[in-house]
Design a binder for this molecule. Structure first.
Ligand SMILES: C[S@@+](CC[C@H](N)C(=O)[O-])C[C@H]1O[C@@H](n2cnc3c(N)ncnc32)[C@H](O)[C@@H]1O
Length: 158
């Protein structure tokens, strides 16, 4: 598969996965967390499909499209570990998280996701949904929407 095809499949899986997760949490209280603002694409999508939810965002650097800058009150700029601890201390109650950290080096990305998993768990509500580009540890993996290969995007329940 060409890198172009691979990227298109990944972006489609992200979008379909987030749409699926938004339906799963309908009627449940809780906030949303986007781990990895990057260009702001997934943040922009989340705020479009979940306009009434508070959406927390963590990234070590603000480098998104100008139209996707989150409100200061919801953006935690810094390394994931201290920012997740700060989020827990702030009392955030997350019903939907999207994990999109990564360097593009598979071994390192997988190791980081495993290391951060217990910190993510601290802010999640019971019965919450996690949509992730990397395998996480300590959550129950569930089938996401049809048509997404299990190794392309992953879905978890807390
Ligand atoms: C793949 S990009 C996110 C793309 C974004 N979701 C989008 O749709 O545009 C990954 C982002 O995660 C951030 N990141 C990666 N590891 C991090 C870490 N340990 N702590 C904080 N930010 C991190 C990077 O700075 C980068 O902006």
């Amino acid at each position: 598969m060409s890198r172009l095809d691979s990227m298109m499949r990944r972006l489609a899986a992200q979008r379909d996965g987030l749409n699926w997760a938004a339906r799963q949490i309908a009627g449940q209280r809780g906030e949303v967390l986007d781990l990895g603002l990057g260009n702001g694409r997934t943040y922009d999508h989340l705020r479009e499909i979940l306009p009434d939810r508070r959406i927390w965002v963590i990234d070590r650097v603000l480098q998104c499209h100008p139209s996707c800058v989150p409100p200061k009150s919801d953006y935690l700029e810094g390394e994931a570990e201290p920012m997740l601890n700060r989020l827990a201390d702030l009392g955030a109650r997350i019903i939907l998280a999207h994990y999109d950290f990564g360097f593009g080096v598979k071994d390192q990305d997988v190791a980081e996701a495993a290391r951060l998993s217990p910190l993510i768990a601290r802010v999640m509500l019971p019965g919450a949904v996690i949509v992730s580009g990397q395998p996480l540890a300590g959550f129950q993996q569930v089938a996401g929407p049809g048509g997404i290969a299990r190794d392309r995007y992953l879905f978890y329940r807390t």
